[in-house]
Design a protein. Structure first.
Length: 129
């Protein structure tokens, strides 16, 4: 079975080792894909919290992050960059909203590598100018 992150790799060799913590993401894109998969499947709040930059997790709990709050459908990586221990991934993720309509979440995710582990810091806001 192909991975939920649309990498076209088998789930067992893509995101599963990361979200079950038997492996560690080697790139910001791998971490972003595994976090999408964790949200899509639900129940992986511990992984999501563990891969979040600690200073940005105020008020977040494992229980809250484990809840499947959206029906995520598909992930499309638009661009990626990495300079040393800093990474940026632009992506679009489609989901079905409460009214059954397809919506798109477009994000520029910021990542930081600390002691060899990539962490999600947050999203970068860009103006439409």
């Amino acid at each position: 079975m192909n991975c939920y992150c649309n990498s076209e790799k088998p789930f067992t060799r893509c995101c599963e080792p990361l979200i079950t913590t038997t492996a560690q993401a080697k790139t910001p894109v791998q971490l972003m894909r595994s976090r999408f998969t964790a949200y899509k499947l639900g129940g992986y709040g511990e992984y999501l919290l563990k891969t979040w930059f600690p200073l940005m997790t105020k008020g977040l709990t494992v229980a809250d992050l484990s809840q499947k709050t959206r029906e995520w459908q598909q992930l499309e990586v638009l661009s990626k960059s990495q300079q040393g221990d800093d990474g940026l991934v632009e992506f679009k993720a489609t989901f079905i909203d409460e009214l059954g309509k397809e919506q798109v979440h477009h994000e520029y995710s910021i990542f930081k590598r600390i002691k060899g582990a990539w962490l999600y810091v947050g999203e970068e806001i860009r103006s439409n100018r």
